[in-house]
Design a protein around this ligand. Structure first.
Ligand code: NAP
Length: 238
């Protein structure tokens, strides 16, 4: 008998994370909807369960070592393995001018966007290794591509934290891919998507389109790509 595929998505109470949970559970997968706030996470999971999907809430604050460890223990107890990890949780800068940004401002953002995916990937590695086809998707951004970020900064004004955090995440992806030959691990750029992060701006695509590339890399087979950066149109230059 084929075992049900298991997946966990961080920052999944809303936006692209929630849509990714919906899509993966729609494939008949068992999906752990991870969120830092219990009320918001349980409410999001309950809505998807009402739609008949196999979704389970797991409390997980990517900025907390203890919370990530507890989440990995909870998934271990419930399923014994994890086939797909989607590191989706992310935050943006608070809008402070570049010259006024203090080290602590950048540290808070890196806690979520950079140290978070490392913390979560490290904690879930034993569970991923128990899978026959383990996959990790790092939800990055075109802001993490150096030429794109320079162009953006010149046009709209420079930003310190978010682009540098996503560039770091991209590099982390390449190094994990070298280290973990048995795991497919890729970075993706969903593209500008209507979520709280973009203020649902009018020029944004719907979450259904943004989640497309996340789902694509979450569903690759054992011969699929690893250590690459994708958007909906294919490979993205680092
Ligand atoms: N939207 C876009 O245009 C766009 C484009 C490129 C890349 N991305 C990337 O896509 C990912 C999802 O973004 P989104 O657009 O869906 O934004 P969003 O709607 O603001 O969702 C962000 C999610 O991250 C969660 N989060 C923040 N800090 C966390 C923490 N410490 N622990 C756990 N979860 C935390 C938020 O939880 P709370 O609700 O509790 O705050 C929320 O669930 C991010 O990595 C973002 O950088 C987005």
């Amino acid at each position: 008998m084929t075992e049900t595929t298991t997946a966990l998505v961080t920052g999944a109470n809303k936006g692209l994370g929630r849509e990714t949970v919906r899509r993966l559970a729609g494939l008949g997968w068992r999906v752990f909807l991870a969120a830092r706030d219990t009320a918001r996470g349980e409410a999001a999971a309950a809505e998807l369960v009402e739609d008949g999907l196999a979704v389970e809430f797991v409390p997980l604050d990517v900025a907390s070592e203890d919370s990530v460890f507890a989440a990995a223990e909870a998934v271990k107890a419930r399923s014994g393995r994890l086939d797909v990890l989607v590191n989706n949780a992310g935050v943006v800068d608070s809008g402070i001018p570049v010259t006024d940004v203090r080290g602590d401002d950048v540290r808070d953002l890196f806690e979520v966007n950079v140290f978070g995916p490392v913390r979560v990937t490290h904690a879930f590695l034993p569970l991923l290794r128990a899978s026959e086809n383990p996959r990790v998707v790092m939800v990055s951004s075109s802001a993490g591509s150096v030429p794109d970020a320079i162009e953006w900064g010149k046009t709209y004004g420079p930003v310190l934290g978010y682009p540098s955090s996503k560039a770091a995440l991209n590099m982390i992806t390449t190094q994990y891919a070298i280290a973990l030959g048995d795991i497919r691990i890729n970075a993706v750029n969903p593209g500008k998507t209507a979520t709280d992060m973009t203020g649902f701006s009018a020029d944004s695509q719907p979450v259904t389109e943004g989640a497309e590339v996340i789902v694509k890399l979450a569903t690759v087979g054992p011969d699929g790509p690893t250590g690459e950066f994708f958007d909906n149109d294919g490979l993205v230059p680092w």
